[in-house]
Design a protein around this ligand. Structure first.
Ligand code: NAG
Ligand code: NAG
Ligand code: NAG
Length: 349
């Protein structure tokens, strides 16, 4: 079952990715006008507020970024995802970085048929020369991709297909044995591997560093789903999908590290079975036709106000120590000076 699912997923994605590349080669041109200032995701330091369960209430006070979703192959306004924009929220607690993806969409779910259920993926730039286009953009073919020939083109991938995932339950983590949520890396669409697999010289420990959960707002008054509840809600109900993910900032892998107080690059992909039709691997929407920037903020960046407050405090401290020094000199001068005023013995009074 696991193996079948793995093969299926690779067929799906392999097929989709190959088509994606071919179609780019065929069209020969690709235009992308991207405003990197607008394409920005901020992850502030907010410890202890997020529970990884797919439920988004704990994200209410966190500002997010809104992106229109356009087909990755043809990022034309006319082909935009019709039901709305995707909101991406992020934060970190010093140990983990958390993401929430929120997108309106009628509830569709077809148990076991991953292509008739929505799906999402995250992609992160790891190598300095990794492009958004062609998943890192290494020029090598399958078989000749290694950590030497594709050096600098590494991207980190997280993919969540919900067709076998119960809402509200946690997936991922552990040894990356195949499940609905996988941790992978790539140098280009042909050289894509699950963590721990791939050519010798792979960069990963084989661990699945990601965890995630999903939810749809039409489940409003439900909790604690079991398998028999599938498909969890009536089909076609209006609402919002929520996908929630977390990953340690630092992992055992040689790549795939996030650095606090640093800007990195990422992208988000979304598959939806439009009109109930199965999606194809290449038919995904993305939040931009190039990387979006991800800023992971420091826990305690001193603000200007607190900095000038500090300066004032140091000035006072200096003033006081100078005053204390003056008093000390004055006192010791008086103490050490020979007594000019003679003591009058008591009995002489
Ligand atoms: C990225 O590309 C530049 C120019 O092609 C090259 O000088 C540099 O070494 C590459 N960086 C990495 C990490 O491979
Ligand atoms: C990938 O790297 C890990 C850790 O270095 C290793 O345990 C694993 O066997 C490697 N996989 C392959 C297929 O080389
Ligand atoms: C490439 O992989 C080999 C074998 O795992 C390793 O010894 C080497 O350090 C790696 N090189 C880079 C640049 O990561």
């Amino acid at each position: 079952m696991v193996v079948r699912f793995l093969l299926l997923a690779f067929l799906v994605f392999g097929f989709g990715l190959t088509r994606r590349v071919n179609s780019h080669e065929e069209s020969g041109e690709r235009s992308c006008v991207s405003n990197s200032e607008e394409m920005h995701i901020q992850a502030d330091f907010k410890p202890g507020i997020i529970t990884l369960d797919g439920c988004a209430n704990d994200w209410e006070d966190i500002d997010g970024s809104e992106f229109s979703l356009r087909p990755a192959l043809d990022p034309d306004e006319d082909h935009e995802y019709k039901d709305g924009k995707m909101t991406v929220k992020a934060l970190h607690d010093g140990n983990n970085v958390f993401f929430l993806l929120q997108v309106d969409g009628n509830y569709v779910y077809s148990k076991g048929d991953i292509k008739k259920c929505p799906s999402v993926a995250l992609m992160f730039q790891i190598g300095d020369n990794a492009t958004y286009h062609n998943m890192g953009g290494c020029k090598e073919q399958k078989g000749s991709c290694t950590n030497k020939t594709c050096k600098g083109h590494e991207v980190d991938l997280m993919h969540f297909v919900i067709g076998n995932a119960i809402p509200g339950r946690l997936y991922g983590g552990g040894d990356n044995s195949f499940g609905p949520l996988v941790d992978a890396y790539a140098w280009n669409p042909h050289c894509r591997y699950l963590n721990g697999m791939g050519p010798s010289g792979n960069h990963s420990s084989g661990q699945n560093n990601w965890k995630g959960a999903w939810w749809h707002s039409s489940f409003a008054d439900k909790s604690g789903f079991v398998e028999e509840d599938s498909p969890y809600s009536k089909g076609g109900e209006k609402g919002t999908y929520y996908f929630e993910f977390a990953r340690p900032l630092r992992t055992m892998d040689r790549l795939q590290q996030f650095t606090i107080d640093w800007s990195s690059k990422m992208s988000v992909a979304f598959w939806y079975p439009v009109d109930g039709k199965q999606w194809v691997g290449s038919g995904h929407y993305t939040i931009n036709c190039d990387w979006a920037s991800l800023d992971i903020a420091c826990g305690s960046v001193p603000t200007d106000a607190s900095r000038s407050g500090w300066d004032m405090a140091s000035a006072f401290a200096l003033l006081f120590s100078v005053a204390a020094l003056c008093i000390a000199i004055f006192v010791s001068y008086h103490v050490s000076r020979p007594n000019t005023v003679k003591f009058a013995p008591v009995e002489n009074l």
